[in-house]
Design a protein around this ligand. Structure first.
Ligand code: ATP
Length: 349
């Protein structure tokens, strides 16, 4: 069959390829109109020098409509290119409890919100250096709170831009209008007026363009508390990059753990999909990594590709496995391996 959709699969490092391999077996059963293009795993790529690795992976990414990405510890290249090369500015991380997920909360039933994390700016711009250079450049003086020991200090710059904030806010507003029409925005507004208060001011201004959208703001420490105490109140939560990274792991914890949290990174012309978790190096080679986050990320990818029936089938099959609760990986209290779990999803399909 000739197909027009090309998906680049990047298995990643440590335990990530185990989750990817199991997930691909499941996807194979969906009879998808996709040409898969496989990047070698980090272990196999390790024989190449960095420049060769990057050239190989970037070319495969460029030739694809989208990418399904396992996590990387740095051995597999591509993560940086997928974000800053492809300008994927919105990292979408759904936090949804499903029956059977092992949540530590007593009342997890109504947890169903989406974190939209700005993906390119904030403290991830990579501007770092010696604190004394800030003094030399006149960027810090006695009025700043730079500690006396700044002679032996380092800094990392936090950079927020108006276009970047406007763009990701519009994305979050549009997403909220497709859901329960509520946008929550959070940052450290009280301590960081130049960056974080400004981020919220811009978001508030942009949100006014969206009729019918409910808007609220919280300081980020209060937000962390609310995500544990009243997660049911959230619909779409917009956060600058670093807080989004941290709070999405917190959110994953409230529904039952990192093995359950998918994600997708969207730009204007490209998107890619990866679990929210890292490479789980402590369980690499054990065959027990939970592939649910990778599978749910694949379901997000199928929706992006307009393969909605397949996305629904995959979501329902995963839901049914958790509902029955008989085949679960150790992080969910079971004793099934990664491949056993995949077999159960295939059975449910
Ligand atoms: P990164 O900084 O790359 O996001 P991390 O430091 O957050 O990575 P993870 O790799 O996400 O670390 O792992 C954190 C813990 O969660 C580890 O104990 C790991 O084994 C566990 N974990 C992560 N993903 C899964 C999964 N899919 N199944 C089971 N356990 C997981």
């Amino acid at each position: 069959m000739t197909t027009s959709i090309r998906v680049c699969v990047i298995p990643g490092d440590d335990a990530a390829p185990e989750a990817m391999q199991a997930s691909l077996r499941v996807l194979d059963c969906l009879d998808l109109p996709i040409d898969w293009d496989y990047v070698p795993s980090g272990r196999d790529l390790a024989e190449l020098c960095t420049a060769e690795r990057e050239a190989l992976v970037h070319a495969q990414i460029d030739a694809s409509d989208t990418v399904l990405f396992g996590a990387t510890n740095g051995t597999t290249p591509g993560a940086r290119y997928l974000r800053w090369g492809k300008l994927t500015f919105a990292n979408v991380r759904p936090i949804q409890w499903r029956p059977g997920f092992r949540s530590p909360l007593r009342e997890a039933e109504e947890i169903d919100y989406v974190i939209v994390r700005e993906n390119l700016e904030d403290m991830y711009v990579g501007v770092m250096g010696e604190a004394k250079d800030l003094l030399k450049a006149g960027l810090a003086d006695v009025r700043s709170r730079l500690p006396v020991g700044a002679e032996d200090g380092r800094f990392a710059a936090k950079i927020i831009t108006r276009p970047g904030t406007e763009q990701v806010t519009r994305f979050a507003c549009e997403l909220a209008l497709q859901r329960k029409a509520k946008l929550t925005v959070s940052a450290k507004t009280n301590m960081l007026p130049a960056t974080d208060r400004w981020f919220c001011e811009i978001a508030r201004e942009i949100a006014q363009d969206y009729a019918g959208l409910e808007y609220e703001e919280f300081i980020v420490d209060d937000m962390a508390h609310r995500l544990v105490i009243r997660p049911q109140d959230i619909d779409v939560l917009l956060l600058p990059n670093l807080y989004g990274d941290v709070l999405s792991d917190l959110g994953a914890g409230t529904i039952g753990g990192l093995g359950l949290a998918p994600s997708g990174c969207y730009g204007n012309e490209f998107a890619y999909f990866e679990s929210a978790h890292g490479t789980a190096p402590d369980i690499a080679g054990m065959g027990i990594i939970n592939p649910t986050a990778t599978l749910l990320s694949a379901a997000m990818m199928l929706r992006y590709l307009d393969l909605n029936t397949a996305a629904d089938r995959l979501n329902n099959a995963i839901g049914n496995v958790y509902l029955s609760g008989s085949v679960l990986t150790p992080d969910q209290g079971g004793d099934a391996g990664t491949e056993n779990f995949a077999d159960a999803v295939i059975g449910a399909l």
